[in-house]
Design a protein around this ligand. Structure first.
Ligand SMILES: [Cu+2]
Length: 137
């Protein structure tokens, strides 16, 4: 599981695919999948099938906003810590965990499995969220 803070740039899509692939290999297949998805869909461009989307969960005042989020497999979720203290976004039962998120940092995750995933902050047990991953109808 990638624990480092993602620095993937959306500007890298399209141009110079070899560089993109080499960087993605260093960061994990998750980022590669995102790059390929963006290349295939034009990053939000209108196509016959639903393009993958970027969803942002803002962390502020010791809470996730929105606390409940529905996405499709292959979408990207980015947690942005806008608090003055560190947080995490950690699935209670699943394999994903942001690790430590310092103030003003962010972390991206692309789910591939459907399901409803409860998550929380390891430092503040009152912080809870739900990520629902469902195939689009
Ligand atoms: Cu926290």
């Amino acid at each position: 599981m990638e624990r480092s803070i993602s620095q993937a740039s959306p500007r890298s899509r399209g141009a110079r695919p070899r560089v993109v692939e080499r960087r993605a290999a260093a960061r994990g297949a998750v980022v590669l999948a995102a790059a390929l998805a963006f290349a295939a869909t034009g990053c939000g461009g209108r196509t016959a099938s639903r393009p993958h989307e970027l969803h942002v969960v803002t962390i502020r005042q010791v809470a996730f906003h929105p606390a409940t989020l529905s996405v499709a497999p292959g979408d990207t979720i980015e947690w942005r810590n806008r608090d003055l203290v560190p947080h995490t976004a950690s699935a209670r039962l699943g394999p994903w965990d942001s690790g430590n998120l310092p103030p003003d940092s962010s972390w991206r995750f692309i789910p591939t499995q459907t399901g409803s995933f409860a998550y929380f902050c390891r430092y503040h047990t009152t912080m809870a969220g739900t990520l629902s991953v469902q195939r689009p109808r």
